[in-house]
Design a protein around this ligand. Structure first.
Ligand code: DHB
Ligand code: FE
Length: 279
């Protein structure tokens, strides 16, 4: 049977992708951030997952305001990335796992999670930056990937509680896959940030640190946050943090934290990384 070997939550700031392309890991601005990923990468090397399910939001590349699914899943053999405006390099394409994707679809839709099924899907920085901080894309990504997109862009976006509940069903669907596969789930985006308007540049360190604490053993408190509360406390784009709850829901009741780090500001954002295993 497939086994969930862990979960990773990480910000997806596009400037991180450009820093990797430009080999700025030792630059004084970037060094603390990249050093904060070293333990997460070591953990990833030790668990050697077969498949990663990346819960992310598309920022206008594959889905635009004309058509915006609340939850969408990739069911393709290959995913290509493209730059939707941040100047990111085109990386090696990602190998998908069609059988695994269809298993998730066939379990989750009857369980009440009405996914949009995407047999073609382009992926943006919300997907590729989390992958790039954990692995190198050359000569090829060492893991198969399944994109799982959440609308955090066009109101109304799903509630925090709904994201957690979707994660619970995602976890059950993964665990019922009959082949022996090691699966890691990524919950991406956040942390506090606001990219435009009067509060552009807003970051809330206290909120971010409390969010990282609560997601370990009090995720139900985060599930109760309304969109208004999230936007007030974490900034307009801080609402991306609801995606972390999909991953947390999938991991089940108790988790052990393998690693965590928080840096700010990175670009416009409080940047977090956490690695967890099921307890
Ligand atoms: C930044 C953060 C994001 O989550 C994003 O999607 C784009 C930009 C930033 O901090 O610059
Ligand atoms: Fe974003």
């Amino acid at each position: 049977m497939a086994q969930i070997v862990g979960g990773v939550i990480t910000s997806h700031i596009p400037a991180i992708g450009n820093a990797i392309t430009n080999k700025l890991q030792e630059d004084p601005y970037w060094k603390p951030l990249f050093d904060g990923y070293a333990k997460a990468r070591e953990w990833m090397e030790s668990v050697e997952p077969d498949i990663v399910v990346v819960v992310y939001n598309d920022h206008g590349l594959n889905f635009f305001l004309d058509k915006m699914p609340t939850f969408a899943i990739g069911a393709a053999s290959e995913y290509h990335n493209a730059d939707e405006g941040w100047g990111l390099a085109t990386l090696h394409s990602f190998e998908g796992d069609i059988e695994f994707s269809w298993h998730l679809i066939e379990k989750m839709i009857p369980a009440g999670i009405d996914l949009t099924i995407c047999q073609e899907m382009l992926i943006d920085h919300g997907f590729i930056v989390p992958m790039s901080v954990m692995w190198s894309h050359l000569p090829a990504w060492p893991v198969k990937a399944v994109p799982f997109a959440v609308n955090t862009v066009l109101m109304p976006v799903p509630t925090a509680q709904r994201c957690f509940d979707v994660g619970v069903e995602l976890g059950k669907a993964i665990a019922s896959y009959p082949e022996d596969k090691k699966v890691v789930i990524f919950g991406t985006g956040g942390m506090s940030h606001q990219l435009s308007g009067e509060r552009a540049g807003f970051i809330n360190k206290q909120f971010d640190r409390a969010y990282m604490d609560k997601i370990i053993d009090r995720p139900e408190e985060l599930c109760r946050l309304t969109h208004t509360e999230l936007i007030q406390q974490a900034g307009a784009e801080g609402i991306e943090l609801i995606m972390w709850l999909v991953m947390r829901g999938a991991l089940g009741k108790s988790v052990n934290v393998v690693h965590r780090n928080y840096e700010l500001p990175i670009s416009n954002t409080g940047s977090g990384i956490m690695v967890m295993e099921q307890a």
